[in-house]
Design a protein around this ligand. Structure first.
Ligand SMILES: *Cc1c(COP(=O)(O)O)cnc(C)c1O
Length: 416
């Protein structure tokens, strides 16, 4: 019996977890001597690969001199340098960086920024959010509130604030229908009370890896902006190459007012997140009064160790930019080729690919038994997968080799 209460796990049914003793590149080494390909980057975190040496070294070097400092009073060079170098990779309009230490919290901060910014401009009535069905923005109360409702939120439903959830129709197969109608109708109906639209750009992750065409996203963004609402991009999963470009926002013209990053920010190595806003929003909080400040923070805000690893991650990306882009393109191309056999498969409802992510949807059911069975079977064959209900997907680290990627696909084929 383990003393550990695991995340997202029905402990009564759960089998004992396997022990990982080492993780390197795409491989998890288990205590039972098995080697497993981490085909989902340990929940979409690991970017370059496990225990990437440059990140290990950055952590070691910093840890000898700095542990934690109080970010409300002090600053440190790792954080300063990180935001400077990150801002060079982001739209110029996004230039105020607020630190926290996980994705859900980055979302909470974004929601607070949006509501408080409008209130301090004398528009207290603008405090409602518009989000999308199947969206997932995290597990804290505010983040759950702006996410789709389902088994994950059911027990707390009375404590979540109400939002406007838009349906998106069959995005992957029929991008131009249904979708705009509901969105446009809700914006028109509620725009006087709305403060922001929150969106996972290009790919909705936990909701089933739903792919949005860039043109659809562009149009939603334009409508949001012309209604005078803030556009919040949750790039916690899509950031750092997952959609085939460094950020999903690189694939559209309209830029968000608030951007949330986490997961790949440190290459998946340490907890860190950022809520990045425009100067205009930042200015709404400037006043002689303390109550007008963004009165939010956490014990580990701006942790120097996390910041130093994030900085090393950015430098790796900048140094290897062309090589990485080539690798991302190769992964996407290989995924698309290997998806072909599933297209007319009787067990498969839909297939889709975008950037590093490839999806085979067997059934649209989060409760599907298939998930558990497929995961077990794949693990026995040396590949770690964690299907989202009836949806199998891969999201490998950049370092995955041709042999490993093909093995992953062979194992997926054997599940169908
Ligand atoms: C993982 C995720 C979050 C939540 O991040 P945590 O660090 O797990 O709290 C929020 N939004 C998206 C899109 C995510 O994928």
């Amino acid at each position: 019996m383990s003393l550990i209460w695991r995340p997202f796990t029905q402990m009564q049914k759960a089998s004992l977890p396997l022990t990982v003793v080492k993780a390197k590149n795409s491989t998890l080494f288990l205590k039972n001597k098995q080697k497993v390909i981490d085909a989902i980057s340990s929940w979409w975190l690991i970017t370059h690969g496990h225990c990437k040496i440059e990140l290990v070294k950055a952590l070691q070097e910093t840890a000898e001199n700095l542990d934690q400092i109080l970010f409300a009073n002090f600053t440190h060079e790792k954080a300063e340098q990180l935001v400077k170098e990150l801002s060079e990779l982001l739209p110029k309009s996004l230039d105020k960086f607020f630190f926290s230490d996980n994705g859900s919290t980055a979302i909470e901060v974004a929601l607070k920024m949006a509501v408080q910014s409008f209130a301090q401009k004398g528009q207290e009535h603008r405090k409602e959010f518009l989000s999308f069905k199947r969206s997932y923005h995290g597990d804290t109360a505010g983040a759950m509130s702006v996410s789709a409702r389902g088994v994950f939120t059911k027990a707390y439903k009375d404590f979540l604030f109400p939002i406007h959830l838009c349906s998106q129709g069959q995005l992957s197969t029929d991008p131009d229908k249904l979708f705009y109608k509901d969105f446009e109708r809700k914006i028109e109906k509620h725009h006087k009370k709305l403060c922001a639209v929150i969106i996972e750009p290009l790919i909705q992750g936990a909701g089933g890896m739903i792919v949005w065409p860039p043109a659809v996203l562009e149009r939603i963004c334009r409508i949001t902006k012309s209604a005078g609402l803030y556009l919040i991009f949750d790039e916690i999963m899509t950031g750092f190459g997952r959609t085939g470009t460094l950020f999903a926002l690189d694939q559209i013209k309209t830029k968000p007012d608030i951007l949330c990053l986490s997961k790949g920010l440190t290459g998946g190595f340490l907890p860190l997140s950022l809520t990045i806003s425009t100067e205009a929003i930042y200015k709404d909080f400037l006043s002689q009064k303390k109550e007008k400040a963004l009165l939010h923070g956490h014990s580990f805000t701006g942790n120097p160790l996390s910041c130093s690893v994030a900085l090393a991650n950015l430098r790796l990306i900048k140094k290897n930019k062309a090589k990485l882009q080539k690798k991302w393109n190769w992964i996407e191309k290989t995924n698309k080729q290997r998806l072909a056999v599933f297209k007319n498969h009787p067990m498969v409802k839909d297939v889709r690919a975008k950037g590093l992510i490839a999806v085979i949807q067997k059934e649209d059911n989060y409760e599907s038994f298939f998930s558990e069975q497929a995961s077990q079977k794949a693990l026995q064959k040396g590949v770690f997968l964690r299907p989202l209900g009836g949806t199998v997907y891969i999201l490998p680290p950049y370092c995955i080799t041709e042999k490993e990627l093909n093995k992953t696909w062979d194992v997926i084929e054997s599940l169908f």
